[in-house]
Design a protein around this ligand. Sequence first.
Ligand SMILES: C[S@@+](CC[C@H](N)C(=O)[O-])C[C@H]1O[C@@H](n2cnc3c(N)ncnc32)[C@H](O)[C@@H]1O
Length: 246
Amino acid sequence: MMEWFEDESFWECIFPFAFPPERIEAAGGEVDRLLAMTGFEGRDVLDLCCGPGRHSVELARRGYRVTGVDRSSFLLGKAQSLAAAEKVALEWVRCDMREFVRPAAYDLAINMFTSFGYFDDPADDLRVLDNLHRSIRDGGRLVIDVVGKEQLARIFQPTTTVEAADGGLLVQRHEIADDWSRVRNEWIVIRNERATSFRFHHTLYSARELKDRVIDAGFRDVQAFGDLDGHAYGPGSERLIVVAVR
Ligand SMILES: C[S@@+](CC[C@H](N)C(=O)[O-])C[C@H]1O[C@@H](n2cnc3c(N)ncnc32)[C@H](O)[C@@H]1O
């Protein structure tokens, strides 16, 4: 059976909500901050689950040699268009994050905007971390950016609604499952008087839980932050950012 993230129509339908022009434009500032935060040295960067390539392209614009990996050919198409518009060359690979390994090839690997924890089997998340550990050179850096469990507990609402610039309406329904280890979502997109519903779910990590998995994968100096400016992960944090050294 197809897993939810394999459904290209999901990414196509939610694109205007998940990746509006402001979010694509925000990537420049995010890249500046994450480079300053990691203090990494080197030039080879892996953007795992690169989506429409907003961080990959910004990194390439700054002269880094970038590989953007994603499973969605629709989103990789968007990434290629963005790179062409910005006149930068980089490598795009269509691959599942459970499969992508390139031994000791990268100085920095990033996994941004809640692209971790998608699998039903927790061993698959560990496999992704193991792949990253194998793909990053000694002394290289890893950055994972997700919604933290503590943050979600603070802001949780069962139903939310968002309007996209294209006039579409997104109704999101959320349910906490499996003793706060998973969140199940239903996104209903209403466009041209037609409603399309998608269900998806992912694992919720607390800072401690995510750090422990990253440590188990063999990384050191594993730290949790609440934003890309390096502020501590605290009660008001909007993101959970884990930074580690290979
Ligand atoms: C929320 S988006 C984030 C995209 C990008 N990192 C960003 O910040 O804009 C999640 C991405 O993960 C990708 N993805 C989902 N499951 C995947 C898998 N099993 N292997 C590789 N990529 C996957 C999706 O195609 C999508 O591009």
